[in-house]
Each structure stands twice: as structure tokens, then as C-alpha cells.
Unconditional design. Structure first.
Length: 217
């Protein structure tokens, strides 16, 4: 059975605090309606059972839109919720160990923030790479220093896999990142903290469409 297809174009990474009273499921569903192509559940503070329940609810909300759910770090939660994707960081389980547990039918992403991290990473079991943080962000306290556009380009040109840019990205940054080789952009606060997450997603999706249309000439 082949791994599920995924599209990195507009990748929402959820933040439970930033979603506030609206909640992660409602925010993600609004983003899916607005054109999000991938949603990652990230909540490092949630207890395991709580996270599994949230993952199942989120997957049920996203499935009608054919938007795959990715679980950050927690392979046990991904397996329990039958999520089609997992994303791991440099301090999480090694990609080879993650692949051994997940089997061949789950797609796997890995965060890379520098050439040093890239050199230390086994990309063999990985399906895509998240490169960043592009700009400074308060969302993930241990995300490391911002690498900027030049840093993104430096890492991107060394990677043959699909790659998504992440970290403090707003609509105005989409063009330069796609031009620099990004297959998409991953955002947190731009959607989670928006008054209208569907409209915020539509703006990002529209910018992506404009940039790609110009590139096609």
C-alpha cells in the first residue's frame, strides 16, 4: 500500500493556546475550508489520552476535505488515531527508528534548521523536510535562531526532498520563499490567531496561486 499523498502548499501547524476558545478542531476545519492542504497537530503539553482524543476529532473534521492530518512527534498518538503523517524534530526520535515504528504507509517529515543539522540527519526514511525558522517566532521557544531567506536557500539547495518553509511566515513572505525553492509554507499564528481563520487561509492560498501563476508565465 503506497503512502498517502500530501501537498505541502499551505500547511497549518496548530497551537492550542493560540486557537483559544474557538478550539483546534474548529480552527483547522475553517482552514481546510479556506484552502489548507495539510494540518499538523502540535501540543507538547497535552496528556496522551487527551491528545489521542483530539487527534481523532481533528482527523474526522479534516477527512471530508481530504486534508491529511500530521501528528507532531508523538508516534504513539499517530498510530492510535490512524493519522497518515508524522513530523519529527532534531531532538525527537531518529528518523530510522520512527520509520520502523510507523511502517511504510505513513509519511514522515523532519525539521532542519541548518547545514549542520542537515549533515547529522538521515533523510533516507523521510518524505519531506521543514526548513526554518524563517523568521523569529514565539510559537516554538526552542525553534532556534531565524535563518532568513539566505539561510533557507542555503539549506534548500542541498535537499532533493520536498521542503516547506516555517517560522513567522505571513502572506507577504510567500513569494520570496516559493522563488527560493519552497514547495509550500507552514504557518501557525497567521491562521490560529486570526479573527477569521478561513479568511486568513484564503488570503495565503490566494497569494500562493498568484505566485505560481506568475512563475508559469
Amino acid at each position: 500500500m503506497p503512502r498517502p499523498a500530501f501537498d505541502l502548499s499551505l500547511y497549518l501547524v496548530t497551537d492550542t493556546t493560540q486557537c483559544g476558545a474557538r478550539g483546534v478542531v474548529e480552527t483547522a476545519a475553517a482552514a481546510a475550508r479556506g484552502g489548507a492542504t495539510l494540518v499538523q497537530l502540535r501540543d507538547p503539553h497535552a496528556k496522551t489520552r487527551e491528545l489521542v482524543d483530539l487527534a481523532r476529532a481533528l482527523k474526522a473534521a479534516l477527512d471530508p476535505f481530504c486534508v491529511p492530518l500530521v501528528i507532531n512527534d508523538r508516534i504513539d498518538v499517530a498510530l492510535a488515531s490512524n493519522a497518515p503523517g508524522v513530523h519529527i524534530g532534531q531532538k525527537d526520535m531518529a528518523p530510522g527508528d520512527a520509520r520502523a515504528l510507523l511502517g511504510p504507509d505513513v509519511f514522515l517529515g523532519l525539521s532542519v534548521g541548518s547545514l549542520e543539522e542537515l549533515a547529522a540527519s538521515d533523510l533516507g526514511p523521510v518524505d519531506y523536510v521543514g526548513i526554518g525558522p524563517y523568521r523569529g517566532t514565539a510559537t516554538k521557544q526552542d525553534a532556534g535562531n531565524a535563518i532568513g531567506l539566505s539561510g533557507f536557500k542555503t539549506v534548500r539547495e542541498k535537499i532533493a526532498l520536498p521542503a516547506v518553509a516555517i517560522g513567522g511566515i505571513k502572506a507577504e513572505h510567500v513569494g520570496e520563499l516559493i522563488a527560493a525553492g519552497a514547495d509550500g509554507v507552514a504557518v501557525v499564528s497567521a491562521i490560529c490567531m486570526a479573527n477569521d481563520p478561513q479568511a486568513a487561509t484564503e488570503e495565503l492560498a490566494g497569494r500562493l496561486d498568484e505566485v505560481r501563476a506568475r512563475a508559469r508565465g
